[in-house]
Design a protein around this ligand. Structure first.
Ligand code: PEP
Length: 250
């Protein structure tokens, strides 16, 4: 079996001010065997990069624009992320797609731009509830389409991690059963290998996201298809985050 990198990513969304972030960082117990990433507000990237390095705790942006500069009021560019020492970015999060209307085409532009800038990308994909209600085959078709459209034009899966986040599970307290997640991860591996015409689907880390907490993490992480998690709500509490890490280290 492939020895894939394990990740735990905390997506703080629009939560935590700077002093709350500092306290969180002081409380979290950083293991050596798992890559940990937190995605705070853009405002704190500069300070948190400095506060956390060098360590196994990496800082990621929750989004970015695809251009390096220009008349794009309110946006942050890949060059700006690199300038403050941030080398990681989450793209295609379901809230970006569904609350802010980001399309696969826009996400594709961002991913190509991130690749040019040598940023590490966590690409989120996942079916919304309406699609899920039509059955697993439809959900798989949907995710495959998202992947193919989002990764179009890229020459390699290097520096890409995929997060499978069914939209109906994000922030809902509901998770799919493990077989469903594992099947979806296997599909993602097949599609990634087919896009890049190699076996990168086997080596790419695929994370699950959607209502993960310290109680359900153990069961989920026991499945060899799941290389880690992206966690929203449960990442806000450092003690809860520590518990999830403990489960992953066992
Ligand atoms: C997320 O925001 O990526 C997420 C998975 O949220 P939650 O853990 O709260 O479902």
């Amino acid at each position: 079996m492939m020895n894939r990198t394990k990740y735990l990513i905390g997506n703080w969304k629009m939560h935590k001010n700077f002093s709350e972030a500092e306290t969180w960082i002081e409380t979290v117990e950083i293991p050596s065997s798992i890559e940990i990433m937190i995605a705070p507000s853009f405002l704190y990237l500069y300070s948190l990069v400095r506060l956390t390095r060098p360590s196994n705790l990496h800082i990621a942006a929750q989004n970015m624009h695809y251009e390096d500069e220009g008349a794009f009021t309110g946006e942050v560019s890949p060059r700006m992320l690199l300038d403050v020492g941030c080398h990681n970015v989450i793209l295609g999060h379901s809230e970006r797609r569904h609350t802010f209307g980001e399309s696969d085409q826009l996400i594709n532009k961002k991913i190509c731009s991130a690749a040019e800038s040598e940023l590490f990308v966590t690409l989120c994909v996942g079916e919304p509830e309406l699609v899920h209600n039509n059955g697993k085959d439809k959900a798989m078709e949907y995710v495959e389409k998202q992947l193919r459209a989002s990764l179009q034009g890229l020459t390699s899966a290097l520096r890409i991690t995929i997060a499978y986040e069914p939209v109906w599970a994000v922030g809902s307290g509901t998770t799919p059963n493990i077989d469903y997640i594992a099947d979806m991860h296997r599909l993602i591996r097949r599609v990634v290998s087919s896009i890049f015409n190699d076996n990168s689907g086997e080596s790419i880390s695929i994370l699950y996201g959607g209502s993960v907490n310290s109680v359900n993490a153990q069961n989920l992480f026991a499945d060899s298809e799941i290389d880690g998690f992206i966690v929203g709500g449960a990442s806000l509490d450092a003690m809860e985050f520590n518990k999830i890490l403990e489960v992953m280290e066992e």
